[in-house]
Design a protein around this ligand. Structure first.
Ligand code: NAP
Length: 288
């Protein structure tokens, strides 16, 4: 069997824990290969076709993950998509076939669902959710919340145009699939923090050691004591990112992004290699 040359494309990547995860899986399976970081700054990211994307990569790879800020961009550049990638409208895992064809998958949905189930396991059926961020990760979260049949997802983000197209895209799939979950932006909805059952951060807020925005601190003070908090952000050495830290200080049921990182890696490794490595291998690689 040939080597699995794998990697992570994104910027910045200094925070990445993905090499530890995939190296643990390679070791567990005995497969030959490696996993490297491919940090390309947005001004240098010139790919506009699948061929130019391959040219941009530093070596001939068998597959790669994609992180902030390229998930939605790569969706346009691959030749075919899995049903999860189509449903979410973003790609975080690409398989490169020997003829150069690229297949795009999204493993964030699996990562979100498995970590929610194993670490929070709250019943959100019919409940109201506040979601921060309107990028690739937020799209996977919306797909997961719809499957839980939550009542309303209220989305808060920074860039108003991006937020509007995010809401419009998710509304189209609501109509076509007859899904009962409603989705709206914060501006369209006068909501009361005491009516929120889950608070999910799918924005980069807290990736650095920054202070949490004051509106979010105030919000956390007003949610019910059983409001679940899911911070997709994670930091090295199990240090808590700002949102998860603030939620834990208020004794709210909380997880950060580490369990999701482990589960999404498990699904990516299966997609590339066909080996279904136990979740424990990935969780242990993160000391969870
Ligand atoms: P992305 O596509 O760049 O989207 C980020 C979104 O957050 C954008 O809508 C952005 O708005 C918004 N945003 C940025 N700063 C904000 C702020 N201060 N207030 C409100 N909204 C803000 O990134 P992504 O791929 O979705 O990733 C988002 C985060 O999730 C990253 O920290 C990533 O590491 C994490 N993540 C974790 C996992 C995991 O397994 N744990 C998986 C996926 C992602 P603009 O358009 O204005 O920039």
């Amino acid at each position: 069997m040939s080597d699995f040359r794998l990697g992570l494309l994104g910027h910045p990547l200094s925070h990445s824990l993905s090499p530890a995860l995939h190296n643990a899986a390679l070791q567990y399976t005995g497969l030959r290969g490696n996993y490297r970081l491919i940090d390309i700054a947005p001004e240098k990211f010139t790919a506009n076709s699948h061929l130019s994307l391959i040219d941009l990569l530093p070596e001939k790879l068998s597959g790669f993950n994609i992180t902030i800020p390229y998930k939605e961009k790569i969706y346009q550049l691959v030749n075919e998509h899995t049903k999860e990638a189509i449903e979410i409208g973003a790609v975080n895992t690409v398989k490169i076939h020997p003829d150069g064809k690229l297949s795009g998958h999204n493993t964030d949905l699996f990562g979100f669902q498995e970590s929610f189930l194993n670490y929070l396991n709250a019943d959100l059926n019919g409940k109201n959710i506040l979601l921060i961020g309107a990028g690739g990760a937020a799209k996977a979260v919306v797909a997961g919340l719809k499957q839980m049949e939550v009542g309303k997802i209220i989305v808060k983000s920074r860039n108003k145009d991006r937020l509007s197209s995010f809401i419009a895209e998710t509304k189209i799939s609501e109509q076509t699939k007859n899904i009962s979950t409603q989705i709206c932006s914060v501006d369209e909805n006068n909501f009361d923090p005491s009516q929120i059952s889950a608070l999910i951060n799918a924005s980069p807020i807290g990736m650095q050691e920054e202070v949490l925005p004051s509106w979010l601190n105030d919000f956390l003070d007003q949610v019910p004591h059983d409001c679940v908090c899911f911070d997709l952000v994670y930091r090295k050495n199990k240090a808590k990112p700002a949102f998860a830290y603030a939620a834990l200080q208020r004794k709210l049921p909380t997880i950060d992004g580490l369990p999701m990182l482990a589960y999404q890696a498990k699904e990516a490794f299966r997609y590339w290699t066909s080996f279904d490595v136990p979740a424990e291998i990935f969780l242990r690689a993160l000391n969870l």
